[in-house]
Write a protein that binds this ligand. Structure first.
Ligand code: URA
Length: 246
């Protein structure tokens, strides 16, 4: 629904979570809705969702078409809108956010934690996921075994995965090396199980994986596992700017 369009009042209220069209019809009929200071009793009147002053029970509504959420995805949860067996990230959202029908932008494995963007803005999701855009994604990981300078070089040069695909150059930083090493790695694509397969290709196993950054977006350290928040206007603008042709 664009800013330049007039829309049916019931559609506007349904989009931002005031109930089904039928429920909204009743709310409107009961005289609980006010448009520009006038009680409106017909749910099918057309309004300017961004410009008109619309109140329900005396409370002004703030219309918006899109929602942008940052979640700290917990392990054990699937990055999908529904699943026959497992809990999905959408199950963690409050009704006021679910009503916008957001979906996860890309996937993290069931056991992977960290930054997951959820939105109903298909255009932005498409831009961020487009293989041509090479949006960087940074992960923190714990690796069984010693990660070496040699591994960093191999990652820099691109690695041949189990299916013969050669990855784009990636940046591997060793934070600590030992029986269990800690690393940070940035990749510019998003192949299935990519980080795990990259380490498998150098004979090592990822034991813990967490995404900490996606494009300009950093995981908010205030978010506990399973928590989420809306993006700030600055964060949204940064995501769109990151995708502008340079
Ligand atoms: N790479 C993986 O192996 N798993 C993820 O969840 C993300 C990147």
């Amino acid at each position: 629904m664009g800013e330049k369009e007039r829309q049916r009042l019931d559609k506007v209220l349904a989009h931002i979570g005031y109930g089904t069209r039928k429920e909204i019809k009743q709310i409107v009929k009961a005289g609980r809705v006010n448009v520009n200071g006038q009680v409106v009793k017909q749910a099918d009147v057309h309004v300017w969702p961004y410009k008109d002053s619309i109140e329900v029970d005396g409370k002004q509504i703030i219309y918006r078409e899109y929602i942008y959420l940052m979640m700290n995805k917990p392990p054990g949860c699937i990055s999908a809108t529904e699943d026959a067996v497992d809990k999905v990230v959408i199950d963690l959202l409050a009704p006021e956010h679910k009503t916008f029908e957001p979906f996860p932008v890309g996937r993290l494995d069931k056991d992977t934690e960290g930054l997951l963007l959820l939105t109903n803005d298909g255009k932005l999701a498409h831009m961020l996921l487009s293989p041509k855009k090479h949006v960087p994604k940074t992960y923190f990981a714990q690796i069984a075994g010693e990660v070496t300078e040699k591994d960093c070089e191999v990652f820099r040069n691109g690695i041949i995965l189990d299916d013969g695909y050669r990855t784009l150059p990636s940046e591997l930083i060793v934070l600590s090396s030992g029986l269990c090493s800690e690393i940070e790695v940035t990749i510019y694509e998003g192949k299935f199980h990519q980080i795990k397969r990259m380490f498998a290709a150098v004979g090592k196993r990822v034991v813990y994986l967490k995404r900490v950054k996606m494009g300009p977006l950093k995981l908010d350290i205030q978010l506990d596992l399973g928590q989420y928040r809306e993006l700030s206007n600055e964060e949204i603008a940064a995501l769109f700017n990151a995708n502008k042709p340079k």
